[in-house]
Design a protein around this ligand. Sequence first.
Ligand code: NAD
Length: 207
Amino acid sequence: MAKHEKISEAVVRRLPIYLRYLSYLQQVEVTTVSSQQMGRNLDVNPAQIRKDLAAFGDFGKKGIGYDVNYLVEKIRQILKLTDEIRVALVGAGNLGHAISNYNAYLKDNMRIAAIFDSNPKKVGNELAGLSIQPLDELAETIAAKQIKLAIITVPAPAAQSVCDLLTQAGIKGILNFAPTTIRAPKDVRIHYADVTSNLQSLAYYLT
Ligand code: NAD
């Protein structure tokens, strides 16, 4: 695939799932894996996995499978996880604390590099090795630390104004935990981690 070609959103969402499984295989010192084995473990059609990966080059060997280390390196390159990606978190409440202290999914070269809160009583407190900063330091800190992504964990009514501050400061991707839709300029990507909506969808499948 040529460098400038865009990868489909579905593939971009599947690659981290492949990466998580492959990283586990590295931990347990498995060196090769077949698309069948990956498919079984991840509940993804093996043909889909082969198709997704073939789009980036010929990684697999017929009858042997994929070299785990090589594939991990390639997927990291494709997802641009090779350089450290710094993330800002806004809203140092219950969820903000949990996310900041839970660094497992921020490994892969991702790191919370700044935490902001509007409550003066929280500003200056330490959280996950960082000092919680006031919002008026947000733009300067994001520029100085070259932070590109942000996590919003503020109450829903504050989410849009926080989103505006973040995008004005140059943030290009936001993971929003507040249960509300937020709007951002076209070049900013927003993902939602909406626990309530997800539970509501699950409720539909209850018998
Ligand atoms: P919380 O009240 O404990 O924390 C919110 C924090 O945001 C506070 O520290 C507050 O000072 C700060 N804040 C408020 N307005 C702000 C602003 N304009 N700028 C910066 N900081 C601001 O709430 P929580 O339980 O951590 O939840 C945070 C958000 O995540 C909410 O929108 C909630 O609905 C959502 N959420 C929470 C959970 C959960 O399990 N707690 C789960 C899913 C989603």
